[in-house]
Design a protein. Sequence first.
Length: 313
Amino acid sequence: METGPGDAGPVVIALDVGGTGMKCALVRPDGSVVHAERHPTGAERGPDAVVDTILDVADGLAGKARADGHTPRAVGIAVPGVIDEAAGMAVWSANVGFRDVPLRDLAVARLGLPTALGHDVRAGGLAEARLGAGRGTAHVLFVAIGTGIAAAHVVDGSAAVGAHGAAGEIGHILVRPCGPRCGCGRTGCLEAMASAAAIGRRYAELAGVPGSTAAQVAERAVAGEELAREVWTSAVEALADGLATGQALFDVQAIVLGGGLVRAGRHLLDPLRSALRERMTFHREPRLVAATLGDEAGCLGAALLALDALENR
Ligand SMILES: [Zn+2]
């Protein structure tokens, strides 16, 4: 990117819009963050208000960049749901309420900068593959396990989008035909068995302890509580089934696990690695590692989308 006379260098404006909060940053072309800020999404105000906030925050970041002597060159915005990246359209989102919002064009009109729109988990996967745990690896499957489960398949630093903007929905692989009902309406999806929310819910039901969390289940399992161990193990087994399917489809070198559940560290990774190994026949076993960028991955991925958009112009 060009550097203007006397300025502190070019930056891109990056926003990762989640159901509750937005992570935002000014990022240099080398991926280093020069400024970061967070804002509430305020999804309860409705999608139009969220769009206004996104544009206000992006505009504010452009002003901040200029005030600090940087030159903002492009904008990257990552949002959840179904995204038509080619059209720059937020097609559908359960938690933010987007329905066919032309977010890229709105940002271009407001900021006058080239803008890329992407999917939050694919952006996170892109960042982990290029800057985080998958750095130096050509074929990476990033799997985010939190309230739900979703994945990004990244090959040579680019995440597959799918024909309809909905690639990577690994959480809705059927792993237990008679299992619990999933948010998507079907029964037995991976997400309904092994998301952090599902683990907490399952334990709460069986133990009669409302409001239990996956972190508490992990702690109790480590402490040797039998019921917690059963719930944890059945989630790990379901995850191994889902990841084995992922490996059969994608044949990656590394599976990078992100999201809240990975805070369980080796209590998740060690048994999951063994269970996955048991499921490998002729497939090569992928390296199973924890994500390293934490909850900044989506924002850094949005910055990468902006940088890629500049390069491809
Ligand atoms: Zn489902």
